[in-house]
Write a protein that binds this ligand. Structure first.
Ligand code: CP3
Length: 326
């Protein structure tokens, strides 16, 4: 559950005020925040409590995460001279708190821990746009007008993601997810030419260093991109609610699992509606193995935790029944 924690009263109580980056620097607190949704809901895995901008913030790019807004960048990336601000990530020196928190969790969690990193387009978009964006005009201009500069930038961001993911897996994470959340804003041609090559390299290098570790590639609004994303090399492809899972299966490879895809907004409806919609997701996923139930995107802050609890119970009950019928 991405950002599952923020809808929980115990999250708000433990996290305290201030930037989320302050919380992320405190390994014991991170371990507590990571465990909260698992303890409350009984999820089958935990997602590491961190953020996609942690590596770029750690090398001093000047990034903060503003409450209610998301990542904001003091001096956005605008030209080749900004490349000197994108030095390689050295996880032991730059993000020791990540390594420490993962180690604590690997020791103490009863479920697998999913580490993560931001995809190159999504992290790049924050750096170039300076914050959240609607049309992504600046980053698209940079990618198209200065392809050589973009290629260097995307390679550096990819190297940082690889270094961060490796450090999380070495510290005990069991799987990883690459969140290229905003890649769906790109046309298939632009995604294929400007983002997919680096994404393929990431999964190939991760496979070299950590063979057999399950990996998930996720983005929002990726319906048209799914056949391309399916070639990136992840073992699982995350699907948002816009594509029915039966259709999504056709768009990924036969040996890939799918993850998703209940519309997070549905959780605001009365229970009978939520129940019917959840059952529909399970029905669409079909009986073939290789479905990880999840929301199509992160939990909305106003979500009632009791509704999520009932969804989890329903999915576990149905999953159990499904296994018994196999
Ligand atoms: O469940 C979890 O808490 C997992 C940890 C997690 C966070 N961010 C913590 C967080 C994860 C996996 C992320 C990933 C992330 N961060 C993504 C990719 C996933 C996605 O949702 O598409 C993206 C795009 C970001 C950037 C970002 N950080 C956004 C868009 C926001 C939300 C701003 C808002 O409040 O609407 C953040 C802030 C953030 N990161 C929160 C949390 C729990 C929100 C609350 C807080 O600041 O405490």
């Amino acid at each position: 559950m991405r950002q599952a924690g923020r809808s929980l009263p115990e999250y708000r109580a433990a996290r305290g005020p201030g930037s989320i980056l302050d919380a992320i620097h405190q390994p014991e607190l991170v371990a507590t925040l990571t465990r909260q949704p698992v303890d409350r809901y009984g999820t089958d895995a935990a997602i590491f409590f961190s953020d996609i901008v942690v590596p770029v913030a750690a090398i001093g790019f000047g990034v903060d995460v503003a409450p209610g807004t998301g990542p904001v960048v003091e001096q956005p990336f605008r030209s080749a001279s900004d490349l000197q601000r994108l030095r390689p990530l050295e996880p032991e020196l730059d993000t020791p708190y990540v390594i420490e928190a993962v180690s604590i969790l690997a020791e103490s969690l009863d479920v697998p821990l999913i580490g993560f990193a931001g995809g190159p387009f999504t992290v790049g978009s924050y750096l170039v746009e300076g914050g959240p964006s609607k049309n992504f005009t600046r980053i698209k201009s940079l990618m198209l007008a200065e392809p050589a500069l973009w290629e260097t930038m995307v390679d550096r961001l990819t190297d940082m993601a690889i270094a961060s993911l490796r450090s999380q897996l070495d510290a005990g994470a069991s799987a990883f997810q690459l969140f290229d959340s905003w890649a769906g804003i790109l046309s298939p041609r632009h995604y294929a030419n400007l983002v997919l090559p680096a994404t393929k390299r990431l999964f190939a290098e991760m496979r070299d260093s950590h063979p057999d570790v399950p990996s998930i590639l996720f983005g929002v609004g990726t319906g048209e991109l799914l056949p391309l994303m399916a070639t990136a090399g992840s073992s699982v492809v995350g699907i948002d609610w816009r594509v029915p899972l039966g259709e999504a299966r056709q768009r990924v490879r036969d040996d890939q699992a799918i993850q998703g895809n209940l519309d997070p907004s549905v959780l605001g409806a009365p229970w009978p509606v939520v129940e019917a919609e959840t059952r529909e997701v399970l029905r669409e996923a079909g009986t073939a193995p290789g479905h990880i139930f999840n929301l199509g995107h992160g939990v909305l802050p106003e979500t009632d935790p009791d509704v999520l609890q009932r969804v989890l119970e329903l999915v576990h009950r149905e999953g159990q029944a499904g296994r018994e019928n196999l």
